[in-house]
Ligand binder design. Structure first.
Ligand SMILES: [Zn+2]
Ligand SMILES: [Zn+2]
Length: 110
């Protein structure tokens, strides 16, 4: 119950950064999505291949290879990749729709 409403002194002045001489080469995206980070790691660890149908990917279609979180927790991203599975969009879809039914049927086909 101790909330301090002190004066905010952290106001930053809008200082304009020193503009680069040429503005043409500034078309670089500056935001790094965390999903890209773990995805890149998973692709590196598990390879550019779908873990279910073994479809292989290359740079022309790698965007169709997605990273599935085995425990369903997208925030559980261990660096060793133990919670990741590389799945193509079809298998990923299948995996999730099956997960719902899987709990219901409680039978694993493996
Ligand atoms: Zn697949
Ligand atoms: Zn998934």
């Amino acid at each position: 119950m101790t909330m301090s409403f002190g004066p905010r002194k952290k106001r930053k002045p809008l200082s304009a950064p020193a503009s680069p001489p040429s503005q043409t080469a500034s078309a670089r995206p500056q935001t790094i999505k965390s999903s890209d980070t773990y995805r890149a790691r998973s692709l590196k660890i598990h390879g550019w291949i779908c873990a279910k149908c073994a479809r292989e990917f290359d740079e022309s279609n790698i965007q169709s290879l997605t990273v599935h979180h085995k425990d369903g927790n997208h925030k559980n991203n261990p660096p060793d990749g133990s919670n990741w599975e590389n799945l193509c969009s079809y298998c990923h879809d299948d995996e999730h729709s099956r997960g719902i039914l899987g709990d219901y049927i409680s039978g694993k086909n493996k």
